[in-house]
Design a protein around this ligand. Structure first.
Ligand code: SAM
Length: 337
């Protein structure tokens, strides 16, 4: 953008303004504005009473949500736009508000990104290792529920494409709330899955396994994947969104342990946020690297070519790399022992 041949300040102002867009979205989720609107049409005063805020600030927020396309202005007040009704009203089965709120928690860390960059890692509590147990319970819950809400579609995509037919034992390291484990097990009735997770996340995973009626084929073990005995002879190992939360040395050490635990011919599935070789593309993935840096010690969106080099150094053959369709930011790498 230029003014009389000189760069315009417009793009800088636009970047500054994006913070307000995100802040409005997070505030609306935290205040349950979309729930307060539900499937009705309400004046600001009614929404204000439901969320326990003054009418004038509620109106300001609602007007901003209209500007963002998340709400509609009507003659009698406001209502949810279809996007908000589908994804941001807790009554919807496709609700992702906890994921948005988890991003909101991360926003506090991004506000001190300069300090995180200077220090070489998160300022304050990270979201991994022993820090997980020190997170306030509601923050831990948002993290885990956020993972759960955002990974349902991705897990289905993986289940339909990753060649697991004929493989019977899968180890899922850092399996979170077991969405991937359960989805893969449902898709492959012969498959038995063991999920390794840290203590604070284990109850969430076990609840999901029980709710899906998969306790006979999906087991959740409380263990640290860096130190636990990973066993041997696994037909497949899944590392979903794990390497991006670890420093390069830790990721490489984990890959060596995984390679030792795989059976000959065993399949390693790496799913996560990885940039292209240049580290700068795709743009959304390169930016996500900063979020990972601010939240996880050593966290980064590594170039997939670097991850592939680690996998080869661990003695595995890389067979495939591909990106998931938009809006997913993640990619899949498959390797064989
Ligand atoms: C970003 S989440 C990914 C969860 C899940 N695999 C997914 O793709 O949705 C990373 C998970 O790894 C777990 N984790 C982190 N460090 C771990 C460790 N040392 N041992 C076991 N699990 C760990 C975290 O608790 C968290 O649930």
């Amino acid at each position: 953008m230029t003014e009389h041949g000189r760069p315009s300040i417009g793009p800088i102002l636009e970047l500054c303004g994006r913070f307000q867009q995100f802040a409005a979205l997070v505030a609306a989720c935290r205040l349950r504005v979309f729930a307060a609107l539900g499937d009705g049409e309400h004046p600001a005063e009614v929404v204000a009473a439901r969320i326990g805020a003054p009418a004038h600030t509620t109106r300001q927020l609602l007007n901003a949500l209209v500007a963002l396309g998340l709400c509609k202005r009507t003659p009698s007040g406001y209502r949810n736009a279809p996007l908000a009704a589908r994804f941001l009203d807790p009554a919807s089965p496709a609700y992702v508000g906890d994921f948005v709120e988890w991003f909101g928690d991360g926003f506090a860390a991004l506000a001190t990104l300069d300090e995180a960059i200077r220090r070489g890692g998160p300022v304050g509590l990270s979201q991994s290792g022993s820090d997980l147990a020190r997170l306030p319970p509601e923050r831990l819950e948002r993290y885990v529920r956020g993972m759960e809400q955002i990974s349902v579609g991705t897990a289905r995509y993986l289940a339909e494409r990753v060649p697991l037919a004929g493989r019977r034992r899968l180890l899922d390291l850092g399996g979170g709330p077991a969405v991937f484990a359960c989805t893969l097990a449902r898709h492959h009735p012969e498959l038995h899955v063991e999920v390794l997770e840290l203590g604070p996340v284990v109850p969430f995973a076990r609840r999901r396994v029980a709710a899906e009626g998969l306790a006979d084929r999906v087991v959740v073990r409380e263990a640290d994947y860096k130190t636990a005995d990973l066993g041997e002879g696994w037909d497949a190992v899944l590392l979903s969104q794990v390497l991006q939360t670890e420093a390069p040395e830790a990721g490489q050490a984990l890959l060596r342990r995984v390679a030792a635990a795989l059976a000959p011919g065993g399949l390693l599935i790496i799913h996560g946020v990885m940039t292209d070789e240049d580290g700068t593309s795709p743009p959304h993935v390169a930016l996500m690297s900063l979020f990972l840096l601010a939240l996880f010690p050593g966290g980064a969106a590594y170039p997939w070519t670097e991850v592939a080099a680690w996998v080869r150094a661990a003695g595995l053959h890389v067979d495939h790399f591909g990106r998931l369709p938009s809006p997913a930011l993640t990619a899949i790498m498959l390797a064989r022992k």
